[in-house]
Design a protein around this ligand. Structure first.
Ligand code: PEP
Ligand code: CO
Length: 450
């Protein structure tokens, strides 16, 4: 539905937080013009399919798994990297589907998740104060003042990287890699050797048995598209509004506007001011959208956000991403859940257990503890149980690789292990084992087995 007074550029009349100080306006305008002429990355019909699936989540009939990098990198861009991330997402989804008995809607923080909001405009790198790194779509993380200068050519590079990432994702998800007949093959070696990897093998063996039973009963499991293909949607934080505007197109079927840079876009914790540019931009696009809800947001503000972002109360249109911190979540969330339910807003409620639990380890590395991540999800689920609402999903930062960025988990990673493989360019991510472990723990929490 067309929102009153909205155009793809109406955000420009509002205050836009977290925008880079592009040094050269002509270069910026050139890059935006190039992007505006490029093909859309996603098709409006796909965004509508995702919205329909999310409507099922809002109704309590499905679960949302939104996962991927904190920030995608221009440097670690490779087929292996994309495949391993997809592999762990598929593994988690199969664990959740099998254990919870509901469809799992899969949305990657992928193919466009480049821009990072920062708490401070500058940061210390060693003894030097530099402009903050804002993600590869803006500047480079290098330790020099020159590296940190925003470069509009990066907007175009981000588009191309998103385009090839999406191309490979489509190939993997439709071309056989995601075939449920290959469920064992998603277990990477370093994961398979762990207790949760073995637990996964047992679950995969049960799925195999079920598939053999279906084949024996005359169901063609090798050719059934429900088993051979999956839908993995893309999402990112809609932060750099010039980029998002340049990829916003009018859908010829419905005449409404879609931000065709991804299927789903979300508004971060630092940019959801009701009168701000980010809310203005996203209220007018028809994609399913998300909004972070942090510990300083109260019920009244959340209701106003729901009114602005989803005035027609379309189920699946709005996902609220709670990121309260493990200590706060139960008490803070309950009155908000109640208010949103009482007002009749059909939202998807999902839990980001990462961003409220970040701290700096003694060696200076930003990290998160696996136990705190699980504790936040447990508090989120308890809050929903108490309010009789559906804990509809999780939103996590992960990689398929064997990195050492988050503490704890089955390997009991300690502070002293962080330096071994600390590869993220922004926040610490769960590694493949921790991610699979989390899927099992989550399924237990949702089914009441924990
Ligand atoms: C993020 O999701 O990477 C992020 C920056 O989160 P938040 O806006 O909740 O701090
Ligand atoms: Co992050």
């Amino acid at each position: 539905m067309q929102q009153q007074g909205w155009t793809p550029s109406s955000w420009q009349d509002r205050q836009a937080h977290q925008q880079p100080d592009w040094p050269d306006t002509d270069q910026l305008n050139g890059a935006l013009k190039t992007l505006a002429g490029y093909p859309p990355l996603v098709f409006a019909g796909e965004a509508r399919s995702l919205e329909n699936s999310l409507a099922q989540v809002a109704a309590g009939n499905a679960f949302l798994l939104q996962a991927g990098d904190c920030a995608e990198s221009f440097e670690t861009f490779s087929a292996d990297n994309i495949r391993e991330k997809l592999r762990v997402i598929l593994q988690m989804a199969v664990v959740m589907t099998y254990s919870m008995g509901v469809p799992v809607v899969k949305v990657g923080r992928i193919a466009g998740q480049f821009a990072k909001p920062r708490s401070h405009p500058t940061e210390m790198v060693g003894d030097v104060e530099l402009p903050s790194f804002r993600g590869h779509i803006v500047n480079d993380a290098g330790p020099f003042a020159e590296s940190r200068v925003p470069d509009p050519a990066r907007l175009v590079q981000a588009y191309h990287q998103s385009s090839s990432t999406l191309n490979l994702l489509r190939a993997f998800t439709k071309g056989g890699f995601a075939d449920l007949n290959r469920v064992h093959a998603w277990n990477q070696e370093f994961v398979a050797s762990s207790p949760q990897g073995q637990r996964y093998e047992r679950l995969a063996a049960e799925i195999d048995r079920a598939m053999r039973f279906m084949r024996a009963s005359g169901i063609a499991t090798e050719t059934d598209p429900n088993l051979r293909q999956v839908d993995v949607y893309t999402s990112h934080e809609a932060l750099i509004l010039g980029y998002e505007e340049a990829l916003t197109r009018q859908d010829s079927l419905t005449n409404t506007w879609y931000d065709c840079s991804a299927h789903m876009l979300w508004i971060g914790e630092r940019t959801h001011q009701l009168d701000g540019a980010h809310i203005e931009f996203l209220r007018g696009v028809s994609n399913p959208i998300g909004c972070k809800v942090g510990p300083t947001t109260d019920a009244a503000e959340v209701l106003r956000l729901c009114e602005v972002l989803n005035p027609s109360r379309i189920p699946g249109r709005l996902t609220l991403i709670s990121r309260m911190g493990a200590d706060n979540v139960e008490a803070r969330l309950r009155p908000i859940l109640r208010a949103v339910a009482d007002a009749g807003h059909p939202v998807v409620w999902t839990c980001d257990p990462m961003h409220g639990n970040t701290y700096t380890a003694p060696n200076g590395r930003k990290t998160r503890h696996f136990d705190e991540i699980v504790r936040e999800i447990a508090g989120f689920v308890r809050a929903h149980r108490a309010e009789k609402t559906w804990p509809g999903g999780i939103h996590v930062e992960l990689t398929g690789d064997n990195v050492t960025e988050c503490l704890g988990g089955a390997d009991a990673l300690a502070d002293t292990d962080l330096d071994n493989r600390y590869e993220t360019i922004c926040d610490p991510r769960l590694n493949g084992r921790q991610s699979l472990d989390l899927a099992f723990r989550l399924a237990e929490l949702i089914t009441g087995a924990a």
